[in-house]
Design a protein around this ligand. Sequence first.
Ligand SMILES: [Zn+2]
Length: 246
Amino acid sequence: MRIPSIQHARSFAVATGLFFGATAVVATPPTGTSSKVHAKSAEQQATIVSAEAALLKLKQGNERFLSGKAEHPHVDPAWRSKLASGQRPFATILGCSDSRVTPALIFDEGLGDLFVIRVAGNIVDEPVLASIEYAVEYLDTRLVVVLGHEKCGAVTAAMQHLSSDEPRELIALVEHIHNQVCTHHDGEPDVDESTDLDTVVLKNTRRSQRTLQLSSELQRVAEKHPVKIVAAIYDLEGRVRWIDEK
Ligand SMILES: [Zn+2]
């Protein structure tokens, strides 16, 4: 997979003023070097949420949602007005487009809290990877969650034989998932058409997690400060099950 140029992303972000607090943006140095194109204010630094704190917030939010005690925060007019000056999401979520798996709801968060990328089967392609890299590099999210879910239709379709009459884009999507889950990986179960769907969903989620972990750009950012990439499965009844996390 070709990794998008971060310099290109920086130019885009500077040009569009997408940083939190436009005053933090400075022009690319005249030398043309890519060493430093923006600096973070003390205020911005103070708002960065660690991966551990972000994970705890998500767990607590899911517990509220699960128990019917959701607070539905951060939707009032005053909050929306504040957000108009910039966003500071505390976590990045890669989830499926399935209508039953809405991250802000199942984690009981509000506007501006989560940077969410949703695509059928929670796969990682170039635009998805670029979006996550952007959130980590420029919005300072230290936690990335790959959120698979029970009874995923995209994963189910990937394990069936689609008719060639289907749109080629749909065929490409399910082939991506099929290749991802059916390729042998050490430490992960081998998958074929007879494998139970829960196992395939888990492997698909882990594969997307692994693709992100192998991103050279994310690794580069992680050299400067800790970035955690975790996997989780949503069970459609309301509970998020964290993989390899307590
Ligand atoms: Zn799905």
